[in-house]
Ligand binder design. Structure first.
Ligand code: ZN
Ligand code: ZN
Length: 308
């Protein structure tokens, strides 16, 4: 995700890490819903700067060529966005965004790189402009040449787009942003991480939670970055499923970790636990959880491509 300040904001947030919808000067919500559905997926066809566009309540999907994929993506984006906002931010009303999300679909890596100016290895990127208490721009650039990856990438990056709504004056900590995004992805990726983390934990090669929560950027190197994504996702999952924190409580803990550091925030949240004990119990959980529990525990409420 890349997060950049609004034109006048003083602080620069520049992060390598993915979205899209409609038009012009209008704010989100100008596609009139007459369908009566709780999550409206109606859209209208427009055009913009050489792109064909499908504009729905919260998104503008930009594409070239045939419209079949873009048409499928409208309900996927609207429903996942609605689920994420209601789950993490408590926003149950669809729409009401300061600005719609513009999603750009690229048929090849070369096109992705040429038009988005992000490296094609990223597969997708959320490009956000945030500051002074609001989100000013939401863009999501995505490659569409691997349909299996597309689902993971869309949901992951959409999570960054949604979480940015709550962190408009200061940057969300990296572990929290990536941890919640990984948790939102379909179960297969978390299963992959679970198996791998089990091995890393038994070899004592994990980042300490203190280290993990202090990274300002995703660490460089394939192993290091994967460990960071995997551990961050597993930490949020553990807080949710084993420590029984609600999503709102997790966001509050994230604020607290940012303010007072990991150890102090954990001791405050769990008065009967030291941070050392919390960490050792977390490692035990990584080593022992059955794979079958992983898929069931935190499955996204809407599987992207199962949506009609
Ligand atoms: Zn990410
Ligand atoms: Zn509708």
């Amino acid at each position: 995700m890349r997060r950049r300040p609004a034109a006048f904001a003083a602080v620069l947030f520049a992060l390598p890490c993915l979205i899209a919808l409609v038009a012009g000067s209008a704010s989100a919500g100008d596609v009139v819903s007459r369908c009566g559905e709780s999550v409206c997926c109606c859209y209208q066809r427009t055009q913009s700067s050489g792109w064909k566009v499908l504009e729905s309540k919260c998104f503008r999907i930009h594409y070239v060529g045939g419209s079949e994929l873009a048409e499928r993506l409208v309900p996927i984006c609207e429903r996942n966005c609605h689920d994420l906002r209601s789950r993490w931010l408590g926003v149950v009303r669809q729409g009401g965004w300061s600005v719609k999300c513009d999603v750009y679909l690229y048929p090849t890596g070369a096109e992705f790189e040429r038009r988005s100016r992000f490296p094609q290895q990223m597969w997708g990127v959320a490009d956000l402009s945030v500051g002074d208490g609001r989100v000013w721009m939401r863009r999501l650039h995505v490659r569409t040449d691997d349909r299996d990856k597309l689902e993971n990438v869309l949901v992951h990056e959409l999570t960054h787009v949604v979480l940015a709504e709550r962190f408009t004056d200061r940057q969300i900590p990296r572990w929290a942003d990536e941890g919640i995004a990984v948790l939102s992805e379909p179960a297969e990726r978390r299963e992959h991480y679970a198996e791998w983390l089990r091995q890393e934990a038994s070899s004592r090669r994990l980042y300490s939670l203190r280290e993990l929560t202090r990274f300002a950027h995703v660490p460089q190197g394939e192993r290091q970055s994967e460990l960071f994504y995997g551990q961050s996702g597993a930490l949020v999952e553990y807080l949710l499923t084993e420590r029984k924190l609600s999503e709102a409580e997790i966001l509050k803990l994230i604020d607290d970790v940012q303010r007072r550091g990991w150890e102090s925030a954990v001791s405050k949240q769990f008065p009967t636990l030291s941070s050392v004990r919390f960490e050792s119990e977390w490692r035990d959980w990584l080593l022992s959880r059955p794979a079958t529990e992983i898929a069931a525990s935190v499955a996204p409420s809407a599987s992207a491509f199962a949506a009609p």
